[in-house]
Design a binder for this molecule. Structure first.
Ligand code: BGC
Length: 871
């Protein structure tokens, strides 16, 4: 038998998080683990001698909600889980989490906005920056002297805008684009950093650079002046908590008062700091970051550098006192997910001199991030410009037409000496960069940025083009999970469109552990829900985008929580009130249950290359799906009356759907692929009409190839194979003519394109849009065969059903919330070999291509059959 071993311990879906919510009850943390070895029979969780779950005889448990006494703020808790196997052996693993702030003594400060210097473009005429009113990035510094050696230090920090914080020149943490994007009117995130090692005796300096970011910079496609969406200039809030060896503590905070708390270190946690002195010690100045904007780009003028300002001893007497802004602001909450980080670097595949002082760099990969370049000594005032693009034009120059108003241009103005230039407060979507102004650039590197979601999936097979497709899907996910799930990283859009996220989510969950990332974003979605219950089209909400969501977009407010619950088993994803408010909203405005009214900007089956799916059919299918899933969510939370009411509603919508759009032959109004896909996937048809509808879908696919837009594409291969047409699903994967996935691969795609054929008007032709990459779910689930039974949660019951098509081998692995799942199959000499790994506590139904079915427990299993099909 052997023992069971817990690993991958996490608190609220993150390993050892610093600065968690200080919560009990609904916000009490979930302490969870993955499993290896034997099946568990029981578990026990203990938190720091404070709380014990008691032995729970639950063989399915992979997590327990903390239910002990209230947690204190700013406190590290160690915890452990002990698991028992059936043979009585046990095994224990330990981890920790640390709570964040409960209240702030600091307040918001800024460089005096009245003295803000609006920056002209470095050279008139050549950059479209003149009217943008971009301003030099404020630098804020605060010198302080700890009164004795510091044994622990934590920095709690946030900005309206973006910040980069240093203590004595050492970077605090490694978060990029922090504090991340939220609707800053509703909620602002802060980060917590362990900065103990940055502190020294004597004078110390906390130094922060601020930039506009999403708060006061350009965001989305609205060309209006900053200030339109959220704010007008960046602001800072920070508290540095110092704990001394003698057990006392001190707080260096932003704000009007210098705050010092005394008492045992533990009690730093337990009350507001005692204010013993007043006077704002923060000084504000401007330095070499002349402007920084997410869409426009960033300019460093090294002639204006204030060398040493981040170090002790700098004379800041010419700087101005920072001002306390005192604006009302939204609650500060600890960020619940891993931040954006610089996760990897790519060297160019080529650097080509294209003219005097001009080089074209090809990184061989479309990505989101920025370029770092070593710049040799130049004349003071000489400019180096980096422009970015996804593609080249026919003449081999950067093609920036699809960036719209996103200039994506970074500028360095040299002070003379050699330097390394890398912007810090912007990012671009690009494969190519053009560097001008330097005859001999030094090392050039692409720095890849994205929300640091732990990678969980691998897929490879005998067809290199499908492998490339999988890589493209992965890169699409990396490039678009940047604080929020965006539609694209390059043009002046980069918005958290709900449908894009909804269709891609199942694929995203296989590639990476996105539980914490989506927990954050679902707060954005709920923050954007209208008082009437309407979910939005984009989250975080910003000005200029229709508030009420379209069918399939707004419904993501229900579909995404449901899928996350099924994958991660955390019922907190299911906010029944919010989900039910949405369903009730649609029902209220559509009493006959055909969703015609309040469809927002109804985007229909967006970017479908085929005949239009009737809008009311499409909308009503999603209305049913939302009602159906909300009924299930209500039942899971024990809300029986709501569950019954919503179940009846879902049944009634289905009846109305059938009556209005379906006929006994299984034909649907409009006769479109997406119509059939939605009806089949959402269980909208009477059982006897299902087979004819599936046959009609297959006919349409055979005749035309894929004709779905965003709202059907994720269902195409899964539904065809569910109805016995995996041959057709493979035929779609093998198709090379547009529309097809392989067409993109054969035309050099390194990410997924916005349009099937990559041939739209430049303004709507992104080469990094992940929606059509939602076929990734079928690569894992169909080709390799890793799936979850329909009623299973958290991969308790697996369905392993490889669908080999013409391939000779495939392998996939998935680090599920329960533990490792792996499938590897190959064909050899007329035999089919299959190896399967089932995690502890799970069972699997294994379907072999010859029609045999096996029920297997956890562990490693191998199967060998002949290729002949008995089915
Ligand atoms: C975005 C899409 C989005 C759509 C709404 C586009 O501009 O790029 O991905 O879902 O608008 O139809």
């Amino acid at each position: 038998m052997g023992s069971v071993r817990p690993y991958g311990l996490s608190c609220d879906h993150r390993a050892t998080p610093l600065g968690t919510e200080v919560g009990t009850g609904a916000s009490a943390p979930l302490l969870s683990w993955r499993l290896s070895g034997a099946d568990p029979v029981a578990c026990l969780v203990e938190v720091d001698g404070l709380w014990s779950s008691g032995r729970l005889d639950d063989p399915a448990a992979i997590g327990v909600r903390y239910a002990g006494p209230p947690l204190r703020p700013r406190t590290r808790y160690t915890w452990q889980v002990t698991l028992w196997a059936g043979d009585g052996t046990s095994s224990t693993a330990r981890s920790w989490f640390e709570t964040g702030q409960d209240a702030w003594t600091g307040s918001w400060i800024a460089a005096d906005p009245d003295t803000v210097e609006h920056v002209d473009p470095p050279t008139e005429g050549d950059l479209a920056l003149r009217d943008h009113g971009l301003s030099a990035c404020p630098q804020l510094r605060r010198a302080f002297e700890p009164r004795s050696p510091v044994v622990a230090a934590r920095l709690y920090i946030s900005a309206k805008g973006l910040y980069e914080a240093r203590i004595n020149g050492h970077r605090a943490g490694d978060a990029e684009l922090a504090p991340g994007w939220t609707d800053y009117r509703r909620r602002i995130q802060y980060q917590t950093y362990d900065v103990t090692s940055c502190l020294t005796e004597g004078e110390n300096v906390l130094a922060v650079t601020l930039a506009d970011g999403w708060w006061s910079g350009f965001a989305g496609f609205d060309p209006r002046r900053p200030g339109y969406h959220y704010g007008t200039f960046p602001e800072l809030i920070a508290e540095l908590h110092l704990t001394y060896a003698d057990g006392t503590a001190e707080v260096v905070a932003t704000g009007p008062a210098e705050s010092v708390a005394t008492g045992p270190a533990e009690s730093v946690a337990s009350g507001p700091a005692e204010v013993v002195a007043s006077g704002n010690g923060w000084r504000a100045g401007r330095g070499h970051v002349r402007y920084a904007d997410l869409l426009k780009g960033e300019c460093h003028d090294l002639r204006a550098a204030t060398t040493g300002w981040q170090l002790p001893g700098f004379d800041d007497s010419s700087w101005s006192p920072a001002v306390v802004t005192g604006h009302d602001h939204a609650p500060l909450v600890p960020s619940p997910d891993e931040p954006v980080r610089a996760v990897r670097e790519l060297a160019p595949v080529s650097v080509t001199r294209t003219g005097p002082g001009t080089h074209l760099v090809d990184f061989g990969q479309n990505l989101a991030g920025r370029v770092r370049v070593a710049v040799p000594a130049l004349e003071p005032g000489a400019r180096v410009t980096i422009r970015h693009a996804e593609t080249l034009d026919a003449a081999g120059r950067l093609d920036t037409a699809n960036l719209r108003t996103a200039d994506a241009t970074d500028v360095l103005i040299s002070a003379g000496p050699a330097t390394v230039f890398e912007p810090g407060f912007t990012y671009h979507g690009f494969r190519y960069a053009e560097i001008t102004g330097v005859e001999h650039p030094g090392e050039v590197t692409a720095v890849v940025l994205h929300s640091d979601t732990p990678w969980t999936g691998t897929f490879e097979c005998s067809d290199p083009e499908l492998d490339r497709l999988q890589r493209n899907i992965e890169w699409g996910q990396r490039g678009n999970f940047v604080s929020v799930p965006t539609d694209c990283p390059q043009r002046d859009e980069r918005l958290g469109w709900l449908a894009d996220a909804q269709v891609f989510l199942p694929t995203a969950c296989l590639n990476a552990d996105v539980a914490a990332f989506f927990a954050k974003w679902l707060r954005d979605v709920r923050d954007a829900q209208t008082p009437q219950g309407g979910f939005p089209n984009v989250a975080p909400r910003l000005s200029g985008v229709a508030e009420e969501g379209a069918p399939g977009w707004a419904d993501a407010g229900v579909l995404i929580p449901w899928h996350l619950y099924r994958v991660y088993g955390d019922a907190r994803f299911l906010d029944v009130d919010s989900m039910a408010a949405w369903v009730d909203f649609v029902q209220r405005h559509n009493p006959d249950l055909i969703w015609r009214a309040r469809t927002g900007p109804h985007y229909a089956d967006w970017l479908s290359p085929g005949p239009a799916t009737p809008r009311e059919l499409l909308a009503t299918a999603f209305f049913h799906r939302s009602a159906d899933l909300t009924a299930r969510a209500a039942r899971i939370h024990g809300r029986t009356a709501d569950a019954e009411r919503l179940r009846t509603l879902a049944d009634d919508i289905r009846t109305a759907f059938i009556k209005t759009f379906a006929s006994a032959s299984g034909r649907l109004t409009g006769d479109t692929q997406t119509g059939y896909l939605l009806a089949l996937a959402f269980g909208l048809l009477p059982p006897e009409w299902t087979a004819p509808a599936a046959r009609r879908l297959a006919e349409l696919v055979e005749e035309h190839g894929p004709q779905t837009g965003f709202l059907g594409v994720n269902l195409l291969c899964p539904i065809l194979s569910e109805h016995g047409r995996d041959d057709l699903a493979h035929a779609l994967l093998n198709r090379t003519a547009p529309p097809s996935w392989r067409y993109q691969v054969r035309h050099g795609a390194t990410t997924i394109w916005e349009r099937w054929d990559g041939a739209g008007a430049p303004s709507m032709n992104s080469f990094n849009h992940y929606a059509f990459g939602s076929v990734g779910e079928w690569l894992y689930g169909g080709v390799a065969g890793i799936g979850q039974a329909p009623d299973s949660v958290a991969y308790r019951e697996l369905v392993i059903r490889p669908l080999p098509g013409e391939l000779t081998w495939a392998r996939a692995s998935y680090e599920s919330v329960r533990g490792r799942i792996a499938v590897a199959w190959e064909r050899a000499g007329g035999d089919f070999h299959l190896a399967v790994t089932v995690p502890p506590g799970a069972t699997a139904t294994v379907h072999l291509p010859d029609g045999q079915t096996h029920q297997v427990p956890s562990g490693d299993h191998t199967f060998r059959t002949t290729e002949e099909t008995t089915a």
